[in-house]
Design a protein around this ligand. Structure first.
Ligand code: GLC
Length: 744
C-alpha cells in the first residue's frame, strides 16, 4: 500500500510539474497571414485542381493552379548545397551551365563547429543559392539523430545529441527562411538507418522518441517556424511515416502547432485515404496514390472533400509565404557566389577537429620542414558527389592537396604526393569487393613508404568517401578501408613525423592510426573550401576549434544497438531500397512486412550509453583540441523556477588565440526515473586571445530539463538534486556544482 501511495504522490508531483512546463504559446506562425485569401482561392478551385496540387508534377515540383495565378512549388535537394537541375521526369541532370553550386561542409561538419551563428549563415547561404536557382523549398536540413555511427547518412545528419542537433536545426531553418526559401525538415521521423530504410518498422519508447529523436524537428517547428517537413520512408510503431496519424497529426500539428506542409520522401507514399487523412500534403514524385486514386476516393465518399481542402490550405500557406520566381528569372547567374563560398570556408575551418597533437608537431614548423610528403587518394578526391542520392555539382572544390600546396607555397617547402591506397567506388563493377577486405596495394604502399622516408614530414590523408558513406545503405564496418591501417604502420616506421588527416562523415576505427600518429585530425566532407581550411589549420594560420558531434567508439560491437543485438537486422529479405525501385512515376510496392528496428537502448544513444554503461570510447562526444589551452574557474550555478543560471570564468592559458566550445551537462544522480549518467543541456563557442579571460553565462530554460511522462503523455520536470558539469568534452569535465531544481 505504501508503495502505491508513493507512486500516486510522485505521479501527482510530476503531473503538477507538467503543468508548469506546458509550453508557452509560440508566436503565431508567419504562415497564418493569408487565411482569408486562401479561403477565397479554395472556394474557386475545382476538385481536380485541388487534387492536382497534392502530388508531383515533375521530379522536383508539384503543381499550383495556373488559372488562379498559383505558381507551382519548386523543390531542390540540400542539405549541403543546391542540387543541379534535373530532367522533369528522371534522375538525370539537365546539364545547365549556371547551376553549379557551393558545396557546403556536410551536416556532421557543421555540427562539429558547435556554432549557432555558423548554422544560421549556412541556412542563409542555402537560401540565397536556392533563390538563384528559382527554388521555393530546399529538401533539408537533414536532422535525424545519429543512432548508428555506421549509418549511411551520418555524414548528412548533425549529431548523436538532441540538444546540439536542435540548436543548429533552428538556426539553419531561420537562416534559410529569412532569405525567402522554405525548409523541409527531414526525414520525419526516426529514419536512423539506411539498410531496409524503405520497409523497416521502428519500435521506440515514447520517452526516447520525445526526448532523443523528435527534439530537432520540434525545435525547428516551434522556435523557427519551419514551413515544410518530409515524411520518412520507414514505419514508426507499425505505420508508414507518410500516413502516420501520431506523427503527422497528433504530434506535428496538434502538439507542436505546425501550420505548413508535409511532403513524402521520394516514393515513400503508401496509400490514398490513410495518407491524405493522416496529414500528407504532397506525394512525391508521381501520382500513384494522390492523383486519380484520390479523385475517385473523394467521389466515392471514402474521403471527405474538406480533408482535401485542409491539405490544400496547408500548401497554400507555404505558397503564399514564399515568393515564386518565374522560370525565366532563374539560373541567370552562376549559383555559387563568393559570399556563400566564404560561408563554406568559415564553416569548414571551424569544423576541423584536432584529436591529438603530441609534442606540438602541429602547426607545421615552416623553418625546419623542407620536404613534405602528402599521401592518400583522399588528398586529391573531391567529395561533393558520390553514392546514391543528393550531391552537389560544385562550382569548385579545393582538395586537401591543393589546400596544403596553396598554403605552403612560397615557403621553400617541396611537396610531393603519392596515392598510397586506391580509390574505392561501388560503381566500378570490377572492384565490387568490399573496401573492408582489401589489403594494401603493394605497389602503392611501396611508393608511399619510399616518399615518406625521403621527407621531413608526412601528411597522410585517409578515411572513407561519399561512395562508402551514402544513403540507401549503412556501412558494414567503421574500419579504415583499403588497408590503410597497415599502410600507416609502414609509413610510421619510415618516418615518425606522421600527421594523419581523416576525410569522413562519421566515426572511424582509428585505434591503429592513433598508435602511430603524432598528430591526428578529422577534416570531414568539408565542402568547396575544405582544402583551404585544412591548409590553414595545418600551417597555423587558423587554430583548430572543432569538437566531435558524436562519439568515436573503439569498435562497432560497443555501439548500443550492436551490443543489444538489435542491429543489423538479420532479415532474410533482400535489401529493399525504395530508391532503387523508384523509376519515374512507377514504383513496385514496398513490402509491408519489413524488419523491425527495436530501439532497445532507449534513451542511451551515443555518449549516453558509453557514459552510463562505462564503455570506453576512442574519443568522446565533444572532444577537440586546440593549439592553445583553456582554464575554467569560478563556477556559480543557481536554479530559479524557470531554469538554471550558470556562470563561470574561461581563460586562454596558452600562447595563441583560440576558440573553445564550452559544454554544460546536467546529471541527476538521485532521480527516481531512469536517466543517462549526464546529458548536454547547453554549449557556447568562446573566442579568446592569449591570456584573455571572459565570464561565460549560460541559461538553461526549465523546458530543457523536462522529461516525457509516459503516464501523463506529456512533458514534466522532476524537481530535486542535480549536478551541473562544465567541460571541454563530455569526458573532460572541469567544473562541477550541486544544485536543487525547483519549480517555484
Ligand atoms: C531521397 C532522400 C531524400 C531526398 C529525396 C529527393 O531518397 O531520402 O533525402 O531529398 O530522395 O532526392
Amino acid at each position: 500500500m505504501e508503495r502505491t501511495n508513493k507512486l500516486i504522490a510522485m505521479a501527482c508531483l510530476i503531473a503538477l510539474a507538467a503543468a508548469c512546463t506546458r509550453q508557452p504559446a509560440e508566436k503565431a506562425s508567419a504562415l497564418m497571414a493569408h487565411e482569408d485569401e486562401i479561403a477565397r482561392l479554395i472556394d474557386q478551385m475545382t476538385l481536380e485542381e485541388k487534387v492536382n496540387m497534392l502530388h508531383g508534377k515533375h521530379m522536383f515540383s508539384s503543381a499550383g493552379v495556373e488559372r488562379l495565378g498559383i505558381a507551382d512549388m519548386e523543390y531542390a535537394d540540400g542539405p549541403f548545397g543546391i542540387r543541379e537541375e534535373m530532367e522533369p521526369h528522371s534522375w538525370n541532370s539537365l546539364g545547365l551551365a549556371n547551376d553549379s553550386a557551393t558545396f557546403f561542409p556536410t551536416g556532421s561538419a557543421l555540427a562539429a563547429t558547435w556554432s549557432e551563428e555558423l548554422a544560421y549563415r549556412y541556412g542563409e547561404g542555402m537560401g540565397k543559392e536556392a533563390r538563384l536557382r528559382g527554388k521555393d523549398m530546399i529538401l533539408g536540413p537533414a536532422i535525424n539523430i545519429q543512432r548508428l555511427p555506421n549509418g549511411g547518412r551520418t555524414y548528412e545528419y548533425l549529431s548523436e545529441d538532441p540538444v546540439l542537433s536542435a540548436a543548429l536545426a533552428v538556426k539553419y531553418t531561420l537562416g534559410t527562411q529569412d532569405n525567402g526559401v522554405a525548409v523541409c525538415l527531414k526525414h520525419y521521423a526516426l529514419n536512423n538507418q539506411e539498410d531496409y530504410r524503405g520497409t523497416v518498422d521502428v519500435r521506440v519508447s515514447p520517452r526516447a522518441m520525445h526526448e532523443i529523436y523528435l527534439p530537432p524537428f520540434e525545435a525547428a517547428v516551434r522556435e523557427a517556424d519551419a514551413y515544410g517537413v518530409m515524411a520518412a520512408y520507414n514505419k514508426v510503431e507499425g505505420d508508414w511515416c507518410s500516413e502516420n496519424e501520431m506523427l503527422l497529426g497528433r504530434i506535428l500539428r496538434q502538439q507542436w502547432g505546425f501550420r505548413g506542409m508535409v511532403i513524402s520522401d521520394w516514393g515513400g507514399t503508401h496509400s490514398t485515404v490513410k495518407a491524405v487523412t493522416s496529414g500528407l500534403n504532397v506525394e512525391m514524385p508521381g501520382q500513384r496514390y494522390l492523383g486519380q486514386a484520390l479523385l475517385d476516393s473523394v467521389r466515392a465518399g471514402a474521403v471527405d472533400e474538406t480533408i482535401v481542402d485542409e491539405r490544400v490550405r496547408e500548401i497554400l500557406r507555404v505558397r503564399l509565404a514564399i515568393k515564386p520566381i518565374p522560370a525565366g528569372e532563374a539560373n541567370l547567374r552562376m549559383t555559387s557566389q563568393p559570399e556563400q563560398q566564404r560561408i563554406a570556408y568559415d564553416v569548414a575551418v571551424n569544423a576541423i577537429v584536432l584529436l591529438k597533437n603530441d609534442a606540438g608537431l602541429l602547426p607545421i614548423d615552416k623553418a625546419n620542414v623542407k620536404r613534405v610528403a602528402v599521401i592518400g587518394d583522399n588528398a586529391v578526391r573531391p567529395q561533393s558527389l558520390g553514392g546514391v542520392g543528393a550531391g552537389v555539382k560544385a562550382l569548385y572544390e579545393v582538395t586537401p592537396l591543393e589546400g596544403i600546396t596553396d598554403r605552403l607555397q612560397g615557403s621553400g617547402i617541396d611537396i610531393k604526393w603519392a596515392q598510397g591506397y586506391p580509390y574505392y567506388t561501388k560503381r566500378d563493377r570490377e572492384t565490387r569487393v568490399s573496401p573492408y577486405t582489401n589489403t594494401p596495394d603493394p605497389a602503392l604502399m611501396a611508393e608511399a613508404v619510399e616518399l615518406a622516408r625521403a621527407s621531413d614530414l608526412v601528411i597522410f590523408v585517409g578515411g572513407d568517401n561519399r561512395e562508402v558513406e551514402t544513403e540507401g545503405s549503412d556501412r558494414p564496418s567503421i574500419a579504415l578501408p583499403l588497408g590503410q591501417d597497415e599502410l600507416l604502420r609502414e609509413l610510421a616506421l619510415a618516418n615518425p613525423n606522421l600527421v594523419t588527416v581523416f576525410v569522413t562523415g562519421g566515426p572511424l576505427d582509428l585505434r591503429a592510426a592513433q598508435q602511430v600518429s603524432r598528430a591526428m585530425l578529422i577534416s570531414w566532407f568539408n565542402g568547396s573550401e575544405g582544402g583551404h581550411a585544412l591548409g590553414d589549420v595545418l600551417t597555423g594560420a587558423a587554430t583548430p576549434s572543432g569538437k566531435l558531434p558524436f562519439s568515436f567508439p573503439l569498435k562497432l560491437e560497443d555501439v548500443p544497438a550492436y551490443s543489444l543485438g538489435v542491429y543489423p537486422q538479420q532479415n532474410p529479405r533482400k535489401q529493399d531500397d525504395v530508391f532503387v525501385n523508384l523509376v519515374g512515376n512507377r514504383r513496385e510496392a514496398a513490402p509491408s512486412d519489413g524488419p523491425v528496428a527495436d530501439y532497445a537502448e532507449d534513451l542511451l544513444v551515443g555518449y549516453r550509453w558509453y557514459d552510463t554503461r562505462q564503455v570506453p570510447v576512442l574519443y568522446p562526444f565533444g572532444h577537440g583540441l586546440s593549439y592553445t589551452t583553456f582554464g575554467y574557474s569560478d563556477l556559480r550555478a543557481k536554479a530559479d523556477g524557470k531554469g538554471l543560471d550558470i556562470e563561470f570564468c574561461l581563460a586562454n592559458t596558452g600562447s595563441r588565440e583560440g576558440e573553445e566550445v564550452v559544454q554544460l551537462y546536467v546529471a541527476r544522480p538521485d532521480s527516481k526515473l531512469v536517466r543517462p549518467l549526464k546529458e548536454l543541456k547547453g554549449f557556447r563557442r568562446v573566442a579568446l586571445q592569449p591570456g584573455e579571460k571572459k565570464s561565460v553565462r549560460l541559461r538553461v530554460p526549465l523546458e530543457r530539463l523536462r522529461h516525457w511522462d509516459e503516464f501523463a503523455e506529456d512533458w514534466a520536470v522532476e524537481p530535486g538534486e542535480a549536478e551541473v558539469l562544465i567541460g571541454s568534452s563530455s569526458q573532460d569535465i572541469r567544473l562541477t556544482q550541486k544544485i536543487t531544481i525547483t519549480m517555484d
